[in-house]
Every structure is written in structure tokens, then in C-alpha cells.
Design a protein around this ligand. Sequence first.
Ligand code: MGD
Ligand code: MGD
Ligand code: SF4
Ligand code: MO
Length: 754
Amino acid sequence: MSSEPTIAINAGAEWRSSACILCECNCGIEVSLEGRSLAKIRGDKAHHSSRGYTCNKAFRLDLYQNGPHRLTSPMRRRPDGSYEEIDWETAIREVAAGFRRLADEHGGESIFYYGGGGQGNHLGGAYSSAFLRALGARHRSNALAQEKTGEGWVDSQISGAHTRGEFEHSEVAVFVGKNPWMSQSFPRARVVLREIVADPGRAMIVLDPVASETAKMADFHLQVRPGTDAWCLAAMAATLVQEKLLDDRFIVEHVNVPVRLIAALEAVDSDDYAARCGVDAELIRAAVRRIGSAASVGVFEDLGVQQAPNSTLNSYLNKLLWVLTGNFGRKGTQHAHSWFAPLFGSPKVARTPVTGAPIIGSLMPCNVIADEILTDHPKRFRGLLVESANPAHSLAESGRMAEALGALEHLVVIDVTMTETARLADYVLPAASQFEKPEATFFNLEFPENTFHLREALLEPLPGTLPEPEIHARLVRELGVIEEAALEPLREAAEHGLGDYAAAFGEAIGADPMIAKLAPFVLYETLGPSLPKGLRGAAALWGLAQRCAFTYPTQMQRAGHPDGNALFEAILSAGAPGVVFTKHEYEEDFELVKTPDGRLNLEIVEMLEGLERLAEAEPGWTSDEFPFVLSAGERRSYTANDIYRNPEWRKRDREGALRLSPADAVRLGLGEADRVLITTAAGSAETAVEISEAMQAGHVSLPNGYGLEYSGADGEPVATGVAPNSLTSSEWRDEFAATPWHKHVPARLERVLV
Ligand SMILES: Nc1nc2c(c(=O)[nH]1)N[C@H]1C(S)=C(S)[C@@H](COP(=O)(O)OP(=O)(O)OC[C@H]3O[C@@H](n4cnc5c(=O)[nH]c(N)nc54)[C@H](O)[C@@H]3O)O[C@H]1N2
Ligand SMILES: Nc1nc2c(c(=O)[nH]1)N[C@H]1C(S)=C(S)[C@@H](COP(=O)(O)OP(=O)(O)OC[C@H]3O[C@@H](n4cnc5c(=O)[nH]c(N)nc54)[C@H](O)[C@@H]3O)O[C@H]1N2
Ligand code: SF4
Ligand SMILES: [Mo]
């Protein structure tokens, strides 16, 4: 909900602009500082996309910024497992030497990189690539490879582009395994949801086994049984075909529809499929007719299907809903969009060195990382650099993940705090927080106007910490791979302005391939010092601005930036609102479609086979031993990935209760005050329970972001709530993309007797 400025209280306070770092929306905020504390926070009305909006989570960011959890010195692990503080010079020397040794003895490919930015900080990751390239390392991954790579693979074939719904203007909004009331993910989510509900001419369709906050607002809640979305989505697409609700003209002009797809959808018995997913067949058909009659439809799929059975197939099937009805490239529909920096690498699917799992968008599937380490295979990973991520807690099967991290020869973690992952590392490097350095994200996913927001530091780095760009620069300098003399002309050109710099940079790249290879480092070292005070870390954005000028020249100029240098300058000086870096016309959306013939392509053999197989397949992954389905990692009011570590930030749900249906509570003889032991193939945990009408029988859920260790005033670390991945298994994963089934973990419950 948007926060109204409290003028009387804040009279005289100085408000500084920044952004919330807790989810991909990165809402603009204004902060009033008291010393080093973020004393007051409110939504920033000047911000281009959030316009004053925030949700409930932004207001306690001081608990992220300040507290005993902040690291203030590099740490080195002693043989007995305890840590000692070391100085930065020693840390940089030993960290670089450890990776250098692995690269020399086993090749750069033995070094792996995980993370590079969470929900609010992608600048550091932009610089890490220079250090990794200098070592010849090329394998990497991050959280996207446990949620979005299946969808990314489907997108790469349907449109060659990432797409988003323009929900602010959609007549019909469809949410598939997505609860935006809680999890947000598009600008001003709660305002937009309320507007849809209030307008009788608009409608909302939600596929969710839970009567989530969003599902309760929906006109059509298709309350599938967990894990059965493929049958529901197939019945929906089949209804489009069988009831002739397709946009024939759009299809003729823009879509390759294989005959095999139409035949498969004609053959679907939607009553039978409806029964298999547990939804009333007439409700499914009514929802589809609403889509068929709408002037504009936007669709958002998220973790409820991306981390559950048939996840990649579900991505394909839900995209049929907007592709076949021509809901693309018009106001309120689905859109391809520009990127300031693409979040995915090459669409070509490669294979991981040990297990041969698919590498999609250059990201290794998170669920095979442990297997790529715990083996005597000569190509196993031996070294790992983790930056701004907590894989020991956020990846499937924490126990095995910890074993893998422990088996590495050189594990280095860059974080603001001693995470579960850092506790296994050989070296921990303390980063300046996201309010102590210029920062930004590449979650720039809007259309027709796309924005980028560089925020300035609110505070000096906490003594003992360094911003990531400086850490990576020191590591590259330590490797000694680039001559000072090669950098000097660029430094000098930078003194004469961006025009001279651009010319000198072009020349330097031609003369020395190392300059291009280590571009972010070179920019930091040469352009960085000439930037306004405190903005050195923004130097890499110059390269991205040039890329933007090259990729979207017309749209960038339409947004008011004559060239890449002008865009870069606008970014540095824009402040609170951020910068519109591209402005598209609706008709230009097809220019962003990157398939070979420029058409949307539905011919994906694996997906057609998957659709056909549904006819014979029976949903159901539970057993007598594990009769419940656990969704491990639900987004709630007080969850924010692993970013807030201090449990004090939660006003409710302190322990993160397991939610279960009233029917199951009766069956197990449970009351609200009882506790249960939940057991899965991977482990057991004891938890508080919350009996909730929102849950259907047989389905239970636990929140994400709990079970993080935190020590208050120098006591022993205590973990509050259940760490969800102590209960997940890495083999439960999608057959195409190897994305995890976090939302679908077979489990057993027992009442804890006291
Ligand atoms: N409050 C809060 N917001 C966040 C985050 C956070 O930690 N806390 N994290 C951010 C991040 S990183 C992400 S990726 C997004 C994720 O955002 P969401 O994907 O919306 O979040 P989840 O709650 O994990 O899952 C969404 C829904 O999937 C449903 N679900 C479970 N099983 C199934 C199933 O079999 N089928 C279907 N159709 N649905 C199912 C759940 O009931 C839930 O309502 O949230 C972002 N926003
Ligand atoms: N079971 C289950 N597991 C899940 C999920 C689920 O639903 N269920 N969801 C998955 C999803 S969608 C996601 S996105 C991941 C998220 O999990 P991760 O990718 O591990 O990322 P975050 O939780 O964002 O953790 C960010 C880390 O960055 C650190 N950090 C904060 N600021 C800075 C900074 O300025 N510099 C540095 N270097 N570090 C900083 C924090 O201390 C924290 O350790 O979890 C995934 N894991
Ligand atoms: S958590 Fe997300 S929606 Fe909420 S204020 Fe922060 S960025 Fe905005
Ligand atoms: Mo995520």
C-alpha cells in the first residue's frame, strides 16, 4: 500500500532518494537519516514506475542496513573451522592466489560463480565478469536457474524475447501460480489489483491451489489440486480451439501454429482434464470465454508453476492463452521489452560438465550444482565465488548443498553478513551495503516505456567494508593481467570528456583484446575516477548505455537521449525518478521478437509431445509414506528472501507457521497451539501450525526466508522458523530445465506430543 508522507512528523527532516531492495520492483523510496540509521522511510512520488507506492515490507530496511550481523573485516577460516579477521591486502592476495592456483592446475573451468546480485543490487555482478574472465572461468548460475530458466527456454523458441503483461491496462489479468498481492513483481501491484477488482468491465483469473489473497480477489479462481496445472492449462487452450475463440487474423499474420498442436488440443476432453485438476469444467470454460472476449489480456506465470511438476510444459501452455488470442503488441496485452542489460545469456542450450544437465541462458541448473562438485570426475568444480546469494539456504536440499560447499578446495563469499554459506567458506569478504554504494538492478522489464534507476549511496561504506566494484578491481589488479600502460591513455581521455573517451575506448579495444575481455574493470579503472564523487562504481553503465544506443537507437532517441553518452549522463544525473531509456510504440513490439522469421513460433517438439502425453498421464506424486504435498517457500507479508536476517522485522507470523486445511487439522487432531513434525525424503523439522481456510486438504505450506541464523547482542546464532530447503530434494526437478519442485514436496505430518 502506498505510504502517505507524514508531513508534521517529518518537518525539517532531509529526505534522500533511494530504492527498496526487497523485490524486483525496486520501488523508489525516500529516506530520512539519523546518523547512520534509516530512521524514516516513505514511498517516493517522483519515482517513474512506483509513483509513491510501496508495500508493507520497505519500512524496516534499517534492520538490513544496521545491526550486529554486519561484517566489518575480511575473515579467514582456521583449520578448526573458526574464523579470524585479516586485513584487506592479505585477503585479496590469498583469495586471488587460491583461484589462480585452481586455474593453473585444473583450468579456469574448475571455477564456478554463483549469484551476482539479489533483488536490489546488480552492479557488483557486472564487475565480477572481469575477474572470472581473467581466470578463464565461464560457468555461472544464480536464482533464475531455479525459477525462470524453463520459461526462458520456451520464450527463446516462441518469441526469442522475454515478455510481460501490461497489467495496469489489461482488461483481463491472468495469474498462474502467482500471488502478486503478496509477492508484487510488477509496478504498484496492489493498486493495480484493486483497480481491476473495482472495474466491472475488467476481470481477474487465478490458477492457485490456495485461496491466496489474489485468488480471493479473482472473478475466476481455478483452484487446481497442487501440481495439476498442466491439465487445467491444456483444458483452457483446448477450449480456445474447440469453441473457436482464436484470433484468426493475428495468427495468419504473426503465428506459426503447427497442425499437431491444433490436433492435440482438439483431442482434449476438457471435462476429463478438469476432473484431473480438480476444477469445475464449466468454470474453466467460462474463464476461457472471458479471455476470448477481452480487448486485452496479460498473463503472469510464477513460482506456483515454475517450481512444480510439468513446469516447462506449463510455461508453454499458459503462453498459448495470449498467443492464440492475439494478445500481443497492443495496450494492456503481453509485451516483449527492451533490456538495459539482459538477465539471460545465450539462448543456446549447452550441457554441464559432469551431469550433462541443460545450461539455459548461460545458467547452470541450481539443482545439479552439488552433483557437479561431489564427484571425482576430472571436470568437477573445485572453486566457487559466491556473491550476494546464500545457496546453502536457498538451493534445494541444504544438507547436500552444505556437503558440496564444504568439499570445495577454495570457497569465497562476498556478503554483508555471515550467511549459512559464508560459514562454510575459506574466505568471507565484507561488502558495503546497498545503501553504502551506488546501486541499480537490471530488472527493467517495462513496455512501452522502460526505466533504469541508478541510486546514489546514502552513507559512506561501513568501516572495514568495500563496494563490490572495488573488491573485483583489487582482485583483477592482483592477477596482474593488464598493463598499467594500457590503461593510461584511457584515463587521460576520460579527463577530456565522454566524446574523447568513447573514441579512445574504441581504439584500445581494437589494439588489445584484453581491454574488451575485461571491459567492466577497464571502465572502473579509467572512466571511474573522472565520474562525480561517489559514482565510480557506475562506470560499467557507460558500456551498457552504448549497448542500448546500438540495440534500440530510435527508441532511445525518442526517450530524449541523442546517443549512448547522453544516456549515460542522464542516468548519472537523473536522481529519484530514474531514467526512461527507451520509449516504444505499440506497433514496434514485433521488432523485439527475435525468431528467425519474426513470427511467434508454437512449434516446439518437446512441448507438443508433453501436451500429448498428458492424455495418458495421471497426476500424483504423493505416497502412503508421504501423503501430503508441501509447498516449501511461500511468499507472505513478512518474507523477503534471505535479505532481512533480523527476525525482529516481522510483526506477525514470527515463526513462519505451517499452514494446513481445517479438514487436515481435524484428521490429525491438531489445534492452533499444537506443533507438528514435518518429514520429507530430505529431512524433518518441527513447526508451529496455522489452520487456514485458504488451504485445501492434503496441501500444506511453509514460508520462504525463515530459518536464517541471527545472533542478537553477541550471543550464539539462533535460527527462527524452518529453513525450507532442509526439506527439499535436488532430484525433484523438471525434466527439461531441471528447475526444482519446491512447491511440490511429498511430506508426512505428525503431531508433536508435549
Ligand atoms: N513478500 C515477498 N514478496 C516477494 C518475495 C519474498 O520473499 N517475499 N520474493 C520475490 C521473488 S524472488 C519471487 S521469485 C517472487 C515469487 O512470487 P510468487 O511466485 O507469487 O510467490 P510464491 O508464494 O512462492 O508462489 C505463488 C503461488 O503459487 C501457489 N502454488 C503452490 N503450488 C502450486 C501449484 O501446484 N499450482 C499453482 N498454480 N500454484 C501453486 C502458492 O499457493 C502461491 O500462492 O516473489 C517476489 N516477491
Ligand atoms: N524452497 C524454496 N527455495 C527457494 C525459493 C522457494 O520458493 N522455495 N525461492 C527461490 C527464489 S525465487 C530465489 S530468487 C532465491 C533467493 O535466494 P538467493 O539467491 O540466495 O538470494 P537472496 O535471498 O536475495 O540473498 C541475498 C544475499 O545477499 C546478501 N546481500 C544483501 N545485500 C548485499 C550487498 O550489497 N552485497 C552483497 N555481496 N551481498 C548482499 C544477503 O545478506 C543475502 O545473503 O531463493 C530460492 N529458493
Ligand atoms: S518489497 Fe517490492 S513492492 Fe514492496 S516496497 Fe519493496 S520493492 Fe516495492
Ligand atoms: Mo526469485
